[in-house]
Design a protein around this ligand. Sequence first.
Ligand SMILES: [Zn+2]
Length: 237
Amino acid sequence: MKKAFFDSEGVLAVFTNRHGGVSKKPFDSLNLAFHVEDDFQDVLRNRKMLLDGLRIEKIAWMNQIHSDVIKVIDNEGEVIGCDAIITKRKKLALVTMVADCNPILIVDGMKKVIAAVHAGREGTFKRIVQKTIQKMKDEFGCKEQDLLVSIGPSIGPCCYEVNKSNIDKVYENFDGKYIVNGKFLDLKTLNFDQLVEAGVSEERIEVLDECTCCNKDYFSYRRDGKTGRFAGIIMLK
Ligand SMILES: [Zn+2]
């Protein structure tokens, strides 16, 4: 488990890894996702252990679809069909589940609003993190200069080879600098730059440098195919 730099007395913000759960191969061991064909009871036990350890009583899990759909929520449970959730509710934890995609946690410590974002390639191309910030501004009057953001462990440009159509998309819609050595996508920097473009200052953004594909402490879809999911979790205490 790794804490985001803004984890504090007022806000819980952590990223899990693959260790400490009960799931068997290839989901060993702290898999938190039901949709990957792991044993249902094992996932339930993993979730319960995690929530008990973090003293979380209410939690919202997204059913993620690689979209730019963002929902403002007030209640626990499964949130269908979206890739970012925002809340102002205290003691309601928000989760984003990943295995290579960017898990992004955002807090506005002034307005006391949080967000959890699942930014894979598709969501990043659709600028989901910028749209999440816009929604925080529209719905709660958040100011970009008050935001703190952490981009958690995710696949790096060392491993994330993409095909020609995706390379073309990056050149057309963003900048060639995000394609490393001709064929590797730097997804974290693309999200970092979207945050800066949205008005968040660089020193308020953390990018955790672990590559999930290089580092076997994490689940990696690119490395293992059938595998589990780890999580970014944020909650106003
Ligand atoms: Zn790597």
